[in-house]
Design a protein around this ligand. Structure first.
Ligand SMILES: [Zn+2]
Length: 410
């Protein structure tokens, strides 16, 4: 996704707001049908059937008829895709939210419009235009050197700002001839530790900026309803958040290109980011533990965009990205394979209690990931890059039994 701020004329903004309202209305109709189906009242209408119904609805409703048919149909397509994504866990930009009983939630606030057949043209170094159905050319600010190449785009309106997001799938990058394998351990302290010893960090907001966001948010929340202070405060918060997200995306783009270009096979430690970022609050019966710390961790995880890095690397190196199951990668000695909690001396240091191999803890984990080793591997000796091993002459390698393995804390 590459996202650009749009600057429509007031007339264009009016048309686009109508588009959004129509798209939301159609989306919500689809959601309602889906929940009727969910409760067993009707047969689930497919996309084609829904399109037929839309044509009928447009005949009956002057309001809908006044809008753009393409935009409205696109909302149905959007919903169909989101539904599939929900049931197949394939990534998409928009997944309908579901109630506790499994029926989808109505979209009360979302204002999005999908457009197909993207037509963009450059005006000068800083400005370009995109053709929005029914609005003609709408200007947007070019924050990247190149015009976006995409098949679809999405217009969103949030906090008083219009944005156009282009679904850009990058061209695959040629694999290097060396076929080198790299392992990547993703962490909170170091965003991505590579098995060759490199440490890559995703840019984040400073502590000061974060405090400022919190302050603005508090003030805006307390400001009287409808006041200028409230609107301006929330707009400031949104601006800072957007800036951080942009930097994160930029970093993910550059890093994924580097990975795809430099290494033949990229192995990521398999994380369940969804679980890790899920609410730590728990329920009334079972309140969550260490809620505050976990909330902090959640923020850090989200801030670092691991999921995005993995996704973009896959786009650029299709078929050359693998996931290695995560358990014990941080506790396993990459030199001898011994797994023990005590080997992890601190956040930063790994000292194998079995063979004496010492290494940076993140690098050790990344080396395990590169080797595709995590939990209960077959005996195998690996050269730990950048580390030293004390037991070079030993031929037999001990592997602990599952029952003896400590459960990782982190
Ligand atoms: Zn060891």
């Amino acid at each position: 996704m590459s996202r650009f701020r749009m600057y429509p004329t007031s007339e264009q903004a009016g048309v686009m707001l109508d588009h959004c309202a129509h798209a939301r209305y159609v989306w919500n109709l689809a959601v309602e049908q889906h929940s009727h189906w969910h409760k067993g009242r009707i047969a689930a209408p497919g996309f084609a059937e829904q399109c037929r119904q839309l044509t009928e609805a447009r005949r009956d409703s002057e309001w809908l008829r006044g809008g753009n048919a393409d935009v409205q149909q696109q909302a149905l397509k959007d919903f169909a895709r989101a539904k599939t994504a929900k049931f197949t866990s394939v990534g998409t930009d928009r997944v309908p939210e579901f109630e506790a009983d499994g029926s989808p939630k109505l979209n009360a606030k979302g204002t999005q419009v999908m457009g197909r057949s993207v037509v963009v043209r450059r005006l000068n170094g800083r400005w370009a235009q995109v053709k929005v159905p029914g609005c003609g050319w709408v200007r947007f600010r070019l924050t990247r050197a190149e015009l976006p190449k995409a098949k679809t785009f999405r217009v969103t309106f949030r906090n008083g700002q219009w944005h156009a997001a282009f679904a850009v799938i990058p061209e695959p990058v040629h694999a290097p001839a060396t076929g080198e394998v790299i392992g990547i351990d993703r962490g909170v302290k170091i965003t991505a530790a590579l098995s060759d010893g490199r440490k890559l960090n995703c840019p984040q907001l400073t502590v000061k900026k974060r405090a400022q966001i919190r302050r603005d948010q508090r003030r805006a929340a307390r400001a009287p309803q409808g006041s200028h202070a409230k609107t301006a405060g929330y707009a400031r918060v949104a601006r800072l958040r957007a800036r951080e997200a942009d930097r994160r995306k930029d970093w993910c783009e550059k890093t994924s290109t580097m990975l795809a270009r430099t290494y033949g096979l990229v192995r990521f430690e398999k994380l369940n980011i969804k679980n890790m970022t899920a609410s730590a609050k728990g329920t009334v019966e079972q309140p969550g533990k260490k809620v505050r710390q976990k909330a902090g961790l959640n923020r850090a995880i989200l801030a670092q965009g691991w999921g995005l890095l993995r996704q973009r690397t896959e786009h650029k190196a299709p078929g050359r990205v693998e996931d290695v199951p995560a358990p014990f990668t941080s506790l396993r000695c990459s030199a001898c394979g011994w797994i023990e909690k005590k080997s992890r001396k601190s956040q930063a240091d790994f000292v194998c209690v079995s063979c004496g191999f010492t290494c940076n803890a993140d690098e050790n984990a990344a080396t395990n990931v590169a080797a595709g080793q995590s939990g209960f591997p077959r005996p195998r000796r690996l050269a730990g890059a950048g580390g030293t091993t004390a037991a070079t002459g030993r031929s037999s390698v001990r592997e602990p039994q599952p029952s003896r393995v400590g459960i990782p804390l982190s």
